[in-house]
Design a protein around this ligand. Structure first.
Ligand SMILES: Cc1cc2nc3c(=O)[nH]c(=O)nc-3n(C[C@H](O)[C@H](O)[C@H](O)COP(=O)(O)OP(=O)(O)OC[C@H]3O[C@@H](n4cnc5c(N)ncnc54)[C@H](O)[C@@H]3O)c2cc1C
Length: 409
């Protein structure tokens, strides 16, 4: 049982592939790339971070910081590579996306993972199959999964942030603070933030929302216009409250691979181009800035996981695994975590105990397989997932690894 086929060389698929190849599994990975690139993928290399170049907040008291710490303790291969492509941001684990993807691709080659560029539209047969095709998985593959396993699939819509040319931002304005070469913090005066908010509400009231997006509300990754509809305080607390100033603050982080490109951190939006220009022009130092990329809306596909998956991201009673965004975890780091857990299950077999639920990884694995969850929605790292415990994370993970006889390198 040493053959594994993985469909999708994204974050989750690459984590699983690298873990398995490390233990000499015969790993075959199918990906559309480089022959076919669908929006929003831009790189022909694998493990592409499609939007933000931050994998998460590194504060070890935050849910994401805890998840990143656990991934490191478990020996995540993706995080090892991410370390080598890190850029200077004191608060976030941010990377040069192009370098990161290139290094992961090199690592796959070094480990002799067989990568085949092919559009998979029906499930292949193998000792173990892992589906890791991400949030934009197309209808053909979905139909195959549905007919093989009778699985329900959901969709919802999600949005991404704009990128601006830093040379066109007024960096001499007093409100701009250079935190590092890769990060600027822009303080926004109260009256300007009020105008920004009102403009956002104005345009979001005019925005025609596709019926599917109304039906499939999703709280974890809301656009700034959705937050503005809740109120100015919500907008501030969720996206414009940062440690660099007491005022509302917008962060601009380097978007490597786009010359002079800096992403407007957390400003995911689904509004039209003209609306984006008009809204961001309310922030004085952005008044004349040039947009290299506008924020946009995309489909996000996930399955009704609790009905079908166990806590190893495995379709119950089969050797097929579903990992990454399509399994109902949300975000880069959770995708990596799901790939890690599936690989561990293949390596350790049926006797592997579930990952302890006082860890974020164990909490996520339990969430996607928890039959009690009604109206299942994708989930990022959250304290709500984790059981309280007196044991610290290092100790828990060390104990767990000794239980599974530490079969990961
Ligand atoms: C536009 C967009 C922006 C996002 N922004 C963020 C963000 O800023 N932060 C964040 O944490 N999360 C973000 N996400 C959500 C999610 O975390 C990422 O999509 C993450 O990369 C998911 O990892 P994954 O392994 O599930 O899939 P992906 O990393 O997307 O990888 C899927 C891979 O499967 C391949 N593939 C797809 N279909 C097929 C097929 N039929 N046959 C063969 N290969 C196939 C693709 O080419 C791709 O390489 C975003 C998602 C999207 C779509």
């Amino acid at each position: 049982m040493n053959n594994v086929t993985i469909i999708g060389a994204g974050l989750s698929g690459c984590e699983a592939a690298l873990q398995l190849a490390d233990l000499d599994y015969n790993v075959r990975v199918y990906d559309l790339k480089p022959k076919e690139l669908i929006e929003p993928y831009k790189l022909t290399s694998y493990a592409e971070l499609v939007c933000n170049n931050s994998i998460g907040n590194i504060n070890e008291k935050s849910p994401m910081g805890i998840l990143l710490k656990e991934l490191k303790l478990f020996g995540s291969k993706i995080l090892e590579v991410a370390e080598k492509s890190r850029i200077d941001d004191p608060a976030f684990f941010a990377v040069d996306k192009r370098l990161f993807s290139q290094l992961v691709t090199e690592e796959l080659c070094k480990k002799k993972v067989k990568i085949i560029s092919k559009h998979i539209d029906s499930l292949p047969c193998d000792d173990n199959v892992i589906i890791a095709t991400g949030p934009l998985t197309d209808e053909f593959l979905i139909s195959s999964v549905v007919s093989n396993y009778g699985i329900n699939i959901f969709h919802f819509s999600d949005s991404s942030s704009p990128v601006v040319d830093i040379r066109t931002v007024d960096l001499y304005d007093d409100c701009v603070q250079k935190v590092t070469n890769d990060l600027y913090a822009i303080s926004i005066a109260t009256q300007d933030f009020q105008m920004f908010y009102e403009e956002l509400v104005h345009w979001s009231n005019q925005n025609v929302v596709h019926s599917i997006d109304k039906r499939l509300k999703y709280e974890k990754c809301q656009s700034i216009e959705q937050l503005a509809q809740i109120g100015i305080d919500e907008l501030y607390m969720q996206r414009f409250k940062h440690e660099y100033t007491d005022q509302p603050c917008l962060l601009l982080r380097r978007e490597c691979g786009l010359d002079n490109g800096f992403i407007l951190v957390g400003c995911m939006t689904t509004l039209g181009h003209f609306a984006q220009l008009s809204i961001f022009s309310k922030i004085p130092c952005l008044r004349k800035c040039k947009f290299l990329k506008y924020g946009r809306m995309h489909r996000n596909t996930f399955l009704d996981a609790p009905k079908y998956l166990n806590e190893f991201f495995q379709i119950k009673g089969t050797n097929t695994f579903v990992i990454g965004q399509i399994s109902g975890v949300d975000g880069y780091a959770p995708a990596v975590a799901s790939g890690l857990v599936a690989a561990m299950r293949i390596i350790n077999g049926e006797t592997m105990p579930p990952i302890p639920t006082n860890t974020m990884i164990g909490g996520l694995a339990r969430y996607v397989s928890n039959k009690k969850v009604i109206d299942f929605q994708p989930m990022c790292a959250s304290f709500a997932l984790v059981d309280e415990s007196d044991q610290d994370i290092e100790e828990t993970i060390l104990n767990y690894q000794s239980q599974i006889k530490n079969k990961m390198r």
